[in-house]
Design a protein around this ligand. Structure first.
Ligand code: TYM
Length: 345
């Protein structure tokens, strides 16, 4: 039973790590979809700073600034705080409370099978439990708001499947007759996996293969110039195969359809070299990102505005989260806290 029950609108939850600024991978893979969905659904969007503590890039000196920057990036990308609840995960302590409660039913074997856990832990001498338990916190994020749908990129699908499994296990054990949570479904976009400029792996801040939404036109060009293309094109005269070229994939997201067609013809016919193709992409990308860049930079100059939006968001989120936690604790048989004790997590 989500608030959708009250408003008649299905509910959406999604999160993003404050791993630096928004890049075109998470913009195209998830955040543009968040913007579209805000017109049709009741949306909760969260900067997941607790998750960021498990990442290699975590630095206590920079966490607060990065969190604010990411919130500014989301607002710059078009997230409208008058329509959605935008907040920071650690401002709603119920996330950590629910995580512990779900921890008691989460299957260890499944956690160990997660691709991201295996990738990130493989070179570690000592593996922190937080890295293993990361998907349980994701499950808590989603279930706390009783979200019906979760818009994500492809890399998060496995975590979402596990969240669904945790939801089923909790319900079977504690509330089989009267489920507290709907089973959340993933929502993918056409851009479910944006590759990095190295062409080898998904675009990701931790891999240093990104284009940021606030990059200058010159920075965009300097990053695109050496970016990987179709390996068969050793010289300008070799005909290319646009379908396997990451630059062509990016044209599809940033260039008008007529340009995409022209690029394909000129690549196949060796009428353009890769640099010509990249120059056109750089110009179209710069133009497409210009409004996002301008809004994001403006918000970066007004941090108090961002903090106020996040404060309102946290208040709204806590109201919903508190109701869920009370129902969960009832179902799990806790002694209710005495009335004079504030029952905050
Ligand atoms: P994060 O911060 O890595 O990414 C945020 C969103 O962007 C998508 N994404 C991409 N999509 C396509 N191509 C790419 N190269 C690319 N890079 C990122 C991600 O799939 C994601 O949707 N664990 C999550 C955050 C999270 C969350 C949640 C998401 C925490 N709790 C609950 C959904 C529901 C993460 O690290 O995303």
């Amino acid at each position: 039973m989500s608030l959708g029950y009250v408003t008649g609108m299905p509910r959406i939850f999604s999160g993003i790590q404050p791993s630096g600024e928004l890049h075109i991978g998470n913009l195209l893979g998830a955040v543009q979809n968040w913007v579209t969905l805000q017109a049709q659904y009741e949306c909760f969007y969260c900067v997941v700073d607790l998750h960021a503590l498990t990442g290699a890039g975590y630095d206590p000196q920079r966490l607060a600034q990065r969190t604010r920057e990411m919130a500014g990036g989301l607002l710059g990308a078009g997230i409208d705080p008058s329509r959605v609840t935008l907040f920071v995960q650690s401002h709603v302590p119920e996330h950590a409370t629910l995580m512990w409660l779900l921890n008691t039913v989460a299957p260890l074997g499944e956690l160990e099978r997660m691709t991201q856990f295996k990738d990130k832990s493989q070179d570690m001498e000592s593996i922190p439990a937080g890295l293993l338990n990361y998907p349980i916190l994701m499950a808590a994020d989603i279930l706390l708001y009783r979200a019906d749908m979760v818009p994500v990129g492809e890399d998060q699908i496995q975590h979402l499947e596990l969240a669904r499994e945790i939801c089923r296990r909790w319900t079977a054990r504690f509330a089989p007759e009267r489920p507290v949570f709907p089973e959340p479904k993933p929502l993918l976009t056409a851009a479910k996996r944006i590759m990095g400029l190295d062409g080898d792996a998904k675009m990701s801040k931790s891999l240093g293969n990104t284009i940021g939404v606030t990059d200058t036109p010159e920075e965009i060009w300097q990053k695109l110039r050496p970016a990987k293309t179709d390996p068969a094109r050793k010289t300008k005269k070799d005909p290319g195969t646009p379908e396997i070229c990451n630059i062509f994939a990016l044209h599809r997201h940033f260039s008008p359809p007529a340009t995409v067609d022209e690029v394909a013809v000129k690549c196949r016919g060796a009428l353009w070299g890769c640099l010509d193709c990249k120059r056109v992409l750089a110009d179209n990308m710069t133009a497409a990102l210009a409004p996002v860049r301008a809004r994001t930079l403006d918000l970066a100059a007004h941090p108090a505005q961002v903090d106020e939006i996040l404060g309102d968001g946290a208040q709204a989120a806590r109201r919903v989260a508190g109701d869920t936690i009370r129902e969960v604790q009832d179902a799990m048989g806790f002694l209710p806290a005495p009335a004079r004790v504030e029952t905050r997590a």
